[in-house]
Design a protein around this ligand. Structure first.
Ligand code: ADP
Ligand code: MG
Length: 293
């Protein structure tokens, strides 16, 4: 292989908004036959907004937003940002938590104004033996059936609210996935989110294979399992709960709009955060390498 041709390939990549870590990346890019796409922040914009707050009869919505927002303000998760922003808009400056822990793939927990607060999946509440009352469980089911992510809020040992958060599919995602298929790659959607939400997003962008409700540490195993089947796996993510999986993939593609962890773990960065750049990268690497041979 002539180093000059490879350098031309990487230079053209930069023009297309693709940063390639080194010329050797082109070879793994060419070989990829499967592309795993993280949902939040990759297929969807990741800019979530709080749509609706359902509370128990004795709970004040303002208090839900202040306590949940204070905790979420300390997290960089897109859901957290949606909750914190809505809370600050509705209630003013948020208190600083006395204690805060991020529980990856489940939510956040901590102490706010003396209350032990939990915000996240129902499973997080279940770990503390907190159950949702029937009408909140019903609100959660309805939200998920409608393709929204439902977050639960509890404090002092009691479930208090269900927050409906929604995120839009990027308008470039469906086209990019069609192009990736045309290049011979099988797209797979991977998410920690609820199955109903995942299926609804997959249907919207034309993906048939879905791994939902996957914990952050298990995202790596999904990649390993696909590799064990003999597939050459590319993975696209934003680094929020998926950096290890990005590093495990034969080819890690980091959303440039994502975290520094993604860019570090990835072999390739899609500067504009547009999935079309993933298709461009694969087309470019095939063309560059066929010029060399
Ligand atoms: P994805 O795979 O879609 O990027 P994550 O693995 O980051 O999703 O999160 C999985 C689920 O865990 C979310 O859909 C949400 O229900 C819950 N979750 C994670 N972090 C938070 C948080 N900071 N606040 C509320 N819920 C959270
Ligand atoms: Mg993510």
């Amino acid at each position: 292989a002539t180093p000059t041709a490879l350098m031309v390939g990487t230079g053209r990549g930069a023009q297309l908004g693709i940063l390639i870590k080194g010329p050797e990346v082109l070879e793994t890019t060419r070989r990829a036959d499967t592309i795993v796409l993280d949902k939040t922040g990759t297929v969807t914009t990741g800019r979530m907004t709080l749509q609706t707050t359902h509370t128990t009869h004795t709970t004040d919505t303002t208090e839900v937003l202040r306590l949940a927002g204070a905790l979420e303000n300390a997290s960089e998760h897109p859901i957290a940002q949606a909750v914190a922003t809505a809370a600050a808009d509705a209630t003013g400056p948020l208190p600083t938590p006395e204690d805060f822990t991020n529980v990856p793939g489940l939510g956040v927990q901590g102490i706010v104004e003396g209350h032990a607060v939990l915000v996240g999946r129902e499973q997080l509440l279940a770990e503390w033996e907190i159950r949702l009352p029937d009408h909140l469980a019903e609100a959660k089911r309805a939200a998920e059936a409608a393709g929204r992510t439902a977050i639960t809020v509890a404090w002092d040992g009691e479930a208090r609210a269900v927050l409906e958060v929604a995120d839009a599919v990027k308008d470039t995602s469906a086209e990019a996935i069609r192009r990736l298929r045309a290049l011979g790659l099988t797209p797979i959607l991977l998410t920690g989110d609820n199955r109903a939400v995942a299926e609804s997003v997959a249907a919207e962008v034309g993906i048939d294979e879905v791994y939902a409700e996957v914990m952050p540490q298990d995202k790596v195993d999904v990649v390993k399992r696909l590799q064990a089947e003999g597939r050459s796996v590319a993975m696209v993510g934003d680094g929020v709960n998926d950096a290890a999986a990005l590093a495990q993939a034969d080819l890690g593609l980091a959303m440039g709009t994502g975290t520094d962890a993604a860019i570090e773990a990835g072999d390739l960065t899609l500067v504009r955060g547009d999935l079309n750049a993933a298709a461009d990268a694969i087309r470019l690497s095939r063309r560059t390498l066929s010029t060399i041979r």
